[in-house]
Design a protein. Structure first.
Length: 274
């Protein structure tokens, strides 16, 4: 009779076998045609769907979305196995070794009484790992992927630079930097000859500063913006309902639209306090 551990592992082993069959000679034509490059966009989509389920506290949906995200891992591992790079067991073995290596306070004799100490130890171990694997001199920023979402990349770049002291000492310095960047953007907008690339550059500087302000405030900018997006959706939908529909909303003046927005905002805040 199978042990509980074996039963727990059976579904994952079955998923690996299903993926191999889908990619096999008599497998699914669509799955067989996929490459690392064609699949990667789906990985990003599935990640955001996981975020959405968590934010909505939709736990049954989260289970399904995590399954979809796991499918991406299985897909990459199967394609890598076919090419002779590595297989899913290598992925798991590498993860296991990394978790043990980076948690010496659990699996070794290092002391870490709080989360800050754990993070410092983690960063120190990562640096040593990179030194051991580096070929020649490498930038501190070299392993921050250029293909990740720009907001996440900005936060990573700022965090890495901060490790060598290249950072604002506190959030106040960033508020001053925001004022500076807004001034530079306004200057480009009011210039006699407007240059779109210069405007884009200044707006990018402003956004980069906002992301690093979020880092100093210990706020995840992606989560903060997603929450604001959700709030905007709610309030705009309330405006549509109050006006009687999209056509009625389109017919309103700018002042009337602003009144509707204020009403939607006030009603939402009142309902939250009730």
């Amino acid at each position: 009779m199978a042990s509980n551990d074996q039963k727990d592992k059976a579904p994952l082993a079955e998923a690996v076998a299903i993926m191999a069959r889908l990619r096999g000679p008599d497998g699914c034509p669509w799955d067989r045609e996929q490459t690392f490059d064609t699949i990667k966009r789906h990985t990003l989509e599935e990640t955001y769907e996981v975020f959405d389920a968590i934010e909505r506290r939709a736990w049954p949906e989260l289970k399904d979305e995590l399954g979809d995200l796991l499918l991406q891992v299985l897909f990459y591992a199967q394609m890598a196995a076919e090419a002779g790079y590595f297989d899913i067991d290598d992925v798991a073995a590498g993860l296991n070794a990394k978790l043990i290596r980076r948690h010496p306070h659990i699996f070794g004799d290092v002391k870490a009484e709080d989360a800050d100490t754990v993070l410092k130890n983690w960063d120190a171990i990562k640096r040593e790992e990179k030194k051991a694997s580096a070929v020649g001199e490498q930038s501190l920023l070299a392993d921050v992927p250029r293909t990740m979402p720009s907001m996440l990349e900005a936060g990573k770049l700022g965090s890495r630079a901060a490790k060598v002291g290249f950072d604002w000492p506190d959030a106040e310095g960033l508020f001053a930097k925001l004022d500076e960047e807004i001034g530079e953007l306004r200057a480009e907008l009011t210039a006699e000859t407007k240059k779109q690339d210069a405007i884009e550059g200044e707006l990018g500087d402003l956004l980069f500063t906002v992301v690093n302000l979020a880092r100093h405030l210990k706020v995840d900018p992606e989560s903060a913006l997603r929450a604001t997006n959700a709030k905007f959706r709610r309030r705009f939908s309330a405006m549509e309902r109050s006006a009687g529909g999209q056509d009625e909303l389109r017919a309103m003046s700018a002042d009337a639209l602003e009144d509707e927005w204020r009403r939607a905002k006030t009603d939402e805040i009142r309902d939250e306090k009730a």
